[in-house]
Design a protein around this ligand. Structure first.
Ligand code: SAH
Length: 216
């Protein structure tokens, strides 16, 4: 059997992670299969790679983190990114690009926005090297979304604002879904907002802990 090491991980290690996600309530098989296939270790510095398949957030520098696999799976599932109608997705907070990589395997096109230039640049380089082609990158302010590319079938936000930014709601297609953590360090919850013909439906999901969506 192959030895798990840097640049290589055993199917067993990844399968254990998928089993955990299932236990935690992730049931979308397409999402689970993409999480299994995505090499999370290649989104981390070498020193942290041995922990890549633990179900935990990890540092990516610039005081930012790669989200916990459970959170990536949950947000992807809530955005129903594996549904046939979900074709164009906006990903706010590119970070190392892991969430964008996951989404790109489930939808036609991913639009990803990051405010820190160094992160945006290195995520782009990494994702291109790994062969993810259906992703567009913007270094900019996530509060504004990406108006020129709207409307989106889904929007996933990986950092928490104090309230839902109106611009993001406006960039949803009718039937589209916005998955966003809202609140401060102490008190934060994931919300699911759906655009209907007449307005918006809003549902509060579980307590979460994201870095703040920085107001620039
Ligand atoms: N999606 C990443 C998680 C990144 S953490 C993953 O897959 O692991 C959240 C990211 O949001 C950080 O990189 C941070 O720099 C970025 N961010 C914070 N405020 C922002 C803003 N106003 N606009 C765009 N990106 C922002």
């Amino acid at each position: 059997m192959m030895q798990a090491g840097v640049g290589m991980t055993s199917a067993r290690t990844r399968q254990r992670l998928i089993d955990r996600l299932r236990e935690q309530g992730i049931e979308d098989e397409a999402v689970l299969s993409v999480l299994f296939d995505t090499p999370r270790h290649l989104f981390l510095d070498e020193a942290l790679r041995h922990r890549a398949y633990e179900n935990t957030p990890l540092s990516i520098g610039h005081q930012q983190t790669i989200s916990q696999p459970y959170i990536v799976a949950l947000m992807t599932q809530l955005a129903k990114a594996s549904a046939p109608g979900v074709r164009r997705v906006l990903d706010i907070g590119t970070g190392c690009g892991y969430q964008a990589a996951v989404l790109s395997q489930l939808v036609d096109w991913v639009f990803t926005v990051e405010r820190i230039e160094a992160l945006s640049f290195s995520a782009r380089e990494r994702l291109q090297t790994l062969g993810y082609k259906n992703i567009s990158y913007l270094c900019g302010d996530g509060y504004q979304g990406w108006p020129r590319k709207a409307p989106f079938d889904a929007i996933i936000v990986a950092a928490a604002p104090p309230a839902v930014p109106e611009a993001l709601k406006q960039q949803l297609a009718v039937g589209g879904r916005l998955v966003i953590p809202v609140g401060d360090d102490e008190n934060q919850a994931l919300r699911l907002i759906r655009r209907t013909r007449g307005g918006f439906d809003e549902e509060i999901r579980e307590a979460v802990k994201f870095v703040p969506l920085v107001d620039t």
